[in-house]
Ligand binder design. Structure first.
Ligand code: SF4
Length: 328
């Protein structure tokens, strides 16, 4: 591991000022960054420890939404009474995302910033990885690409984003609040993670000198009918091959609104088809059929080993909707 210096930030402004220097990274829970540093993937020259900043609060907002501090631990968010009551989709996604030990260390901001688990990215023994070494090529294009993207990939990178939490946040229309030297701004979660394009080394739209301070959730109508479905290679903790966050606003058998976000298929979040005022079982089946057709129209990015994800995603969407509907 490369030598680095360490300092602890005492307030948010000091943290923002410190990260403006080249080669500097924030560290909170450290559950992803420290692993990558030990592997030689990440090589910061300076770490700014933000773990003691007062950004761990989870509070109700004036409009009935929720503000979750960036340093709130994933476990605390998953178990919080307001999250469980009003945003069970988020709670389910966090529990599906990691073991209790990891949830107790990992922060909300760190979860958003975690990096792809592409085999060729996490192992510097592979020379070709545009995300790790810009301009070096992409070993996954002709290599093992079973876990890779079926949507939004480019010739430069076909990696997926590994966060379960952000799939639920996308379905719930969350906003990421960030602070930089120019003040505070808000980024819709759907715009936070970048598709690779020609610059896969940039995972997000966050600027290098900005700090995530909170995630804001609007009031939700989806508390009673929501389901996070994660399909993975083993029953215990693993990253998603495909995941679906599905949330319904039902009035009897009328679907007033439906929100769907996909994980494991791209480097940002998938489509969010919306239907309204559907009633009766026949119309319900039509909603699921429409979902299948929409899913099958976006398959051109598939690679040699990951074609199975297309059918898997279609079926997972339908099952997640049906599971969400079935909840009382
Ligand atoms: Fe690197 Fe992206 Fe290619 Fe994986 S898919 S090897 S992360 S460039």
């Amino acid at each position: 591991m490369q030598d680095f210096s360490y300092q602890r930030a005492l307030d948010v402004d000091a943290a923002v000022a410190a990260v403006g220097q080249p080669g500097t990274r924030f560290v909170g829970g450290g559950t992803n960054l420290l692993d990558l540093m030990k592997a030689g993937v990440e090589k910061p020259v300076r770490l700014v420890d933000i773990s003691r900043l007062p950004l761990a609060t989870i509070r109700e907002t004036g409009d009935g939404g929720l503000a979750i501090g960036a340093l709130a631990r994933n476990g605390d968010v998953a178990d919080h009474p307001l999250v469980r009551a009003r945003y069970p989709l988020l709670s389910q996604a966090l529990v599906a995302g990691a073991s209790a030990q990891l949830r107790n260390m990992a922060t909300v901001g760190g979860n958003l910033m975690q990096r792809t688990r592409c085999y060729y990215f996490v192992d510097p023994g592979f020379a070709m990885c545009n995300k790790r070494v810009p301009g070096s090529g992409c070993a996954a294009l002709e290599g093992h690409n079973r876990i890779h993207a079926i949507l939004g990939a480019s010739d430069a990178c076909v990696a997926t984003n590994p966060s379960d939490m952000s799939v639920a946040l996308a379905a719930l229309d969350a906003t990421v609040r960030v602070r930089g030297p120019r003040g505070e701004r808000r980024i819709a979660i759907a715009d936070f993670h970048r598709l690779p394009g020609g610059a896969p080394e940039r995972d997000t739209t966050l600027e290098a000198d900005e700090l995530i301070v909170a995630v804001d959730l609007p009031p939700s109508r989806f508390a009673r009918h929501a389901h996070y479905l994660k399909v993975r290679d083993r029953a215990s903790y693993a990253f998603a091959l495909v995941s679906v966050a599905a949330a319904l606003d039902l009035d009897g058998d009328v679907v007033r609104d439906v929100r769907i976000a996909l994980g494991g298929v791209a480097h940002n979040r998938g489509g969010r088809p919306t239907s309204s005022a559907r009633s009766s079982d026949d119309r319900w089946r039509a909603t699921c059929s429409t979902t299948r057709r929409r899913s099958s129209s976006v398959t051109r990015d598939r690679l040699r080993d990951n074609r199975f994800k297309v059918a898997l995603a279609q079926r997972a969407v339908v099952r997640a909707i049906e599971s969400a509907r079935g909840q009382a």
